[in-house]
Design a protein around this ligand. Structure first.
Ligand code: SF4
Ligand code: SF4
Length: 370
């Protein structure tokens, strides 16, 4: 790759100012309540400069260092999913008119342009999967409106967490597609590349300097080292066949003895799209809002159909999560539903790691062990 233009660390504010001048709400990672989360930002000093993190099974801690870097950390609990697939939103509402008739209204869609700075490769891959679901398989006007307003500025990952395995799923640490602009971070500044026409136009308005080829090679080398540093991986082979060939494996019960069925793993997962819909009547009884909110295959209500809860116990719920995410997603969307972000490992209160569970279950892939 040719050496891209270089944006010195001291000029990063220019990128943010340009986005705001263009009418975008700039959203970027910031420290909130001991974690790195995405929130509205207008000053570069709001970025988590020098912050790094430590993650392992059921553990997440931030540490402050002397580093000049703003993106020397791996993803926190929150993906960019809430910016396209809202955790809770009104879809439509109805009201009784004065003549007694009933009128229905569709809730307005959001159109405010949003630029997200600092998106990681795994979250871009997750966004592509959510696009398949919400824009193609089940077109959703609310998702579509939010998705179309996004400008995505990726930062290639150089500091994977101990829980990351994006190299194993083929989704990172270097972002390869799905962004408008991408940044390779160094101690001195950023090498900037464009991934779309909008990104190209933005890039030409930035005060870029000629980049140093050796420094760029070192920056790219850091993303390669980030891949090499990852210890976890998915089992090799046909995961769908291995999982569905082991539906009665004793490990489902073994994991159920540890799993709290809390659903944290599905809430932090950037690809999970399960949701429920509810009607919320007003206290006057004259109107009703119809809302959608995130749900989880770990909630009893999610498998409740006509008076029967199909997945009554934790073993069957955990099996549903793993066989769908790593198995039948292949049929549905041509690949696994996991992008290797590792969030479900760090944010599981009892530290369950799906890569470990898969390794046990798939080891006996020769046949159903029951
Ligand atoms: S299953 Fe876990 S590691 Fe895979 S994308 Fe979801 S949260 Fe990330
Ligand atoms: S695997 Fe962990 S995070 Fe997921 S439901 Fe079970 S206890 Fe909760």
């Amino acid at each position: 790759m040719e050496t891209p233009g270089f944006l010195p660390m001291a000029r990063l504010q220019t990128l943010i100012d340009t986005l705001i001048d263009d009418g975008f709400r700039c959203v970027a990672p910031q420290v909130r309540d001991g974690a790195i989360l995405y929130d509205t930002l207008d000053k570069v000093k709001q970025l988590p400069k020098g912050v790094t993190q430590e993650q392992s099974n059921g553990r997440y801690r931030l540490h402050q260092t002397d580093s000049t870097r703003n993106f020397a950390w791996a993803n926190g609990p929150q993906a960019i999913k809430p910016l396209t697939f809202a955790p809770r939103e009104e879809l439509w509402y109805s009201e009784v008119k004065s003549d007694g008739s009933l009128k229905f209204y569709q809730a307005p869609t959001e159109t405010e342009p949003v630029a997200i700075l600092g998106v990681r490769a795994c979250d871009l891959a997750a966004l592509a999967l959510q696009d398949q679901h919400f824009q193609h398989s089940f077109p959703d006007p609310y998702y579509d409106a939010r998705r179309k307003r996004l400008l995505l500025i990726a930062v290639h990952c150089t500091h994977p967490a101990e829980t990351c395995f994006c190299a194993s799923t083929g989704d990172g640490p270097e972002a390869r597609s799905g962004y408008d602009l991408s940044l390779y971070e160094t101690d001195l500044g950023y090498f900037v590349t464009a991934g779309s026409l909008a990104g190209e136009m933005l890039l030409h308005r930035l005060p870029l300097e000629a980049g140093d080829a050796a420094l760029f090679a070192a920056a790219r080398g850091e993303t390669g080292a980030a891949a090499d540093a990852q210890q976890r991986q998915l089992p090799e082979g046909d995961l769908q066949a291995m999982l569905f060939g082991n539906l009665n494996h004793p490990q489902w019960q073994a994991v159920a003895e540890r799993c709290l069925s809390c659903g944290n793993c599905t809430q932090v997962c950037p690809t999970c799209f399960c949701h429920s819909e509810n009607s919320v009547p007003s206290i006057s009884g004259q109107s009703t809002a119809h809302e959608r909110q995130w749900d989880s295959c770990f909630s009893p209500g999610h498998s409740y159909i006509h008076g029967i809860t199909l997945r009554k116990d934790t073993a069957s719920r955990y099996r549903q999560w793993l066989t769908h995410k790593f198995g039948s997603w292949h049929e549905q969307y041509g690949r696994s539903g996991c992008v290797g972000c590792g969030r479900c490992i760090s944010w599981c209160p009892v530290g369950i790691d799906p890569t470990e569970e898969l390794a046990v279950i798939c080891k006996d892939s020769a046949g159903d062990s029951a």
